[in-house]
Design a protein around this ligand. Sequence first.
Ligand code: BT5
Length: 278
Amino acid sequence: MAENQNSKDLYMIIKEKYQRKSVAGQLQSVFGKEIYHYSCLESTNKVAYLLAKKGAEEGTVVVADEQTQGEGRGDHYWYSPQGGLWFSLILRPRMISSETSRLSILGATGIAMSINRLFSSLRVMIRWPNDVVIKDKKVAGVLVKVRAERSEVTFAIMGIGVNLNVREFPSPLSFIATSLIRETGDSTSKERFLECTLEELENLYCSSQVNGRILLEKARLFSSLLGRQVEVVTTGGKFQGLAQDLDEDGGLILRLESGLHKKILPEEGYVKERSPKI
Ligand code: BT5
């Protein structure tokens, strides 16, 4: 792994800003107070996981300009060329492991809020549980890994990939993926976007540890599924029905054709897209 040795790494500017603000007592922020920036990694999630195991503090960020083995959920891959924002955030949530399901929704909601704040003309939505989409094409994804001992959570890694300044996608991604540069025609500063996303994530994270309903309300606002007929693919089979609501665990409540309700947790499934996941 090649750590970026620029004398004034731009991510240092974010780090210093956080430090100045917290010294001045303006900010209790911890997200992004420590940022490890690499030019190329296999996966930022792997490095963040190792750092967390060694005791790195909550809010530590690992960011890479490029990933050679970007990970999606299960055995999915994540295409991570230069131009995108690929980072992992170390969390030490005061939750029991069964409550960590909501972290995927939290990640997706934080990204959607950040895009909404910076580009108010774009209609950004969340396709449950972890896809952030614009016009039904995926612009960002979230991958959460939790380490727990018995039911106690030791740490969680929230991996976030945003197609910021990625101009082209190889087939078959070109049919299902988009980027901010494709949607806006302009390139976006990675540091600015990271700073804004960390702020949104931290606000959501702090409020949702106190009251899960706040996250839920925000997530509902961006949900692309609610009120629509969907097909959800789970390890236990496919389910079709009306996407009726989200619950505090981040679960999707489906009303099946039989009239029965089924709750599916974020880690249990995903909504079928026009093109299959590969
Ligand atoms: C995700 O998985 O959406 C999780 C993505 C998390 C990526 C971040 S980058 C930083 C951190 N380090 C990592 O190694 N990972 C995290 P999933 O829902 O399984 O979606 C994966 C699917 O999305 C793939 O099977 C492709 O169909 C599609 N895909 C792959 N790369 C993409 C891209 N750059 N943009 C849009 N779609 C993509």
